[in-house]
Design a protein around this ligand. Structure first.
Ligand SMILES: [Zn+2]
Length: 241
C-alpha cells in the first residue's frame, strides 16, 4: 500500500475514534441532569411528607388551643353558675356547660385523630428518608462514575488528537486538504475500504477497471459515486484460513 494511503487510513481511524469520544462526552451533561432530576424527585417525596406532617402538627396545636379555651369557658360558666340569681340564668349556664363539654369531646377526638396521623406520617417520613438516602447514595455513585469515565474519555481524546496531528502532518498539503474537504462533506468519513467490489461507505459498485487499479495500488483512487478515497483491506484472517 502507498505510504500516504496508509497514513490516510491512520488519520481516518483516529478521526472515527475521536468522533466516538465526542459522542460519548456529548451524552455526559444529559446523563448527569437526568440523575439530578431523579435525586430531586426523590427529595420532593420526602418534602411532601414533611409538609403534610407540619400541617398536621399545626392543626393539632390549633385544636389544643381551642380545647384550652373551651375548658376555660366551662370553668367560667361554673363560676357564674355559683352566682346565678334566677332559675332561667342557672339553666342557661348549665346548657352552655353541656354544649361546651360536647364540643370538648369533639375536639379531643380530633386531637387523637391528628396524633395518630402524625405518628403515621413520622413512620412514613422515616421510611422515605431512608429510601432517599439509599437511592441518592446509588445515584451520587453513578454521577461519580460518569464523571470519571468522562475524564478518561477526555484524556483518551487528547491522546488521539495528538496522534492524529502527528499522522496528519505526514500527508502532503494536497491530500490533507482533500481529506478534510471530504470529511466535512461526507459525515466524517473520507476514506473507506472496498468490500465485494463496492465502496463500503456509499455501497455503489465500482467499475472493474477501477477495482483493478485500486488493487494495483500505484496511486490514490476515489469512489466515482461519493468521491471518498477507497482502498483494499487485507483479507481477514478468517477468510484466508
Ligand atoms: Zn462511495
Amino acid at each position: 500500500m502507498l505510504p500516504e494511503l496508509a497514513t490516510l487510513r491512520e488519520v481516518q481511524g483516529f478521526d472515527i475514534r475521536i468522533a466516538g469520544c465526542d459522542r460519548e462526552l456529548a451524552r455526559v451533561p444529559g446523563a448527569l441532569e437526568a440523575i439530578d432530576a431523579e435525586i430531586e424527585a426523590a427529595r420532593s417525596h420526602v418534602q411532601a411528607v414533611e409538609g403534610e406532617l407540619r400541617q398536621t402538627e399545626a392543626e393539632r396545636r390549633h385544636a389544643e388551643t381551642e380545647l384550652e379555651e373551651a375548658e376555660a369557658s366551662v370553668d367560667k360558666y361554673g363560676d357564674q353558675l355559683l352566682g346565678a340569681r334566677t332559675n332561667e340564668e342557672y339553666k342557661g349556664l348549665q346548657q352552655q356547660i353541656a354544649s361546651t363539654r360536647t364540643r370538648i369531646g369533639t375536639i379531643e377526638d380530633r386531637i387523637l385523630v391528628l396524633m395518630e396521623r402524625s405518628d403515621e406520617l413520622e413512620t412514613k417520613l422515616a421510611d422515605r428518608k431512608r429510601t432517599f438516602g439509599e437511592r441518592s447514595t446509588v445515584l451520587e455513585a453513578q454521577k461519580t462514575e460518569i464523571r470519571s469515565r468522562a475524564r478518561e474519555q477526555e484524556e483518551k481524546r487528547n491522546q488521539l488528537r495528538e496522534r492524529r496531528s502527528a499522522s496528519f502532518a505526514r500527508l502532503s498539503e494536497e491530500i490533507a486538504a482533500r481529506y478534510e474537504r471530504l470529511r466535512g462533506a461526507r459525515r466524517g468519513i473520507a476514506v473507506a475500504p472496498v468490500r465485494e467490489d463496492r465502496c463500503s461507505a456509499c455501497n455503489v459498485r465500482l467499475r472493474p477497471q477501477l477495482v483493478e487499479e485500486i488493487h494495483a495500488g500505484h496511486s490514490i483512487h476515489a469512489c466515482e459515486s461519493c468521491a471518498r478515497i477507497v482502498f483494499f483491506e487485507e483479507e481477514p484472517v478468517s477468510k484466508s484460513a
